[in-house]
Design a protein around this ligand. Sequence first.
Ligand SMILES: [Zn+2]
Length: 224
Amino acid sequence: MRRVRGEILISQFRIPVQRPQRGVIIAGSQMSSRQPMTARETSVPGRSGSVGGFRFCPLCATELTLRADGARMRLSCPSCGFVHYHNPVPAAGGIICRGPSVCLVRRAVDPRRGCWSLPAGFVEYDETPAQCASREIAEETGLQVSIEEPLGVYAGLDDPRSRAILIVYWAREVGQSTPVAGDDADQMGFFPPHEVPAQIAFRAHRQALDDAFRHPRFGASGVA
Ligand SMILES: [Zn+2]
């Protein structure tokens, strides 16, 4: 094993060196190149590593090892063959306009408690992204909406819980629903572009807002 410019070379495979954090050992720092590393030996933190932070197989509870899968190293189970694909988590949310103002909610929970965001959340296993956006909007704002075309898809790189893929839709209010903050939100409101709070919780939401404000649909008749 040798270090090559911010990487550790194990056999022919490169693993990015991770910044040491509280009690975290740099991946593979004391391992032989001849044996697969166990998940515990790599001590890979899930939030910043590329392989995930699990130690044991979720199917058979055997300790996971790092194995090559094409050009990637992945945590794998030597007993049952389970492979942990460490992927971003999909999330969905909506742009709801009233005139030239957009709906934002204030986060009542960590991370980024007290900061503002679009109404959005993680996609459940049994729902589509559009269903997720509709559900999250109803939970966090009390508004019933029709989900329309996507505004954009954004990489969520600064959520400490997980990397995410955020899908943002245009959403139009339907019926007579009463705006009320709920679930993960303790306040909600409609803001014109120049009055949007400075503290936006996540960069992907900030990017989506900027895209929405520049979009010809923003504030157009029929959307608001
Ligand atoms: Zn297993």
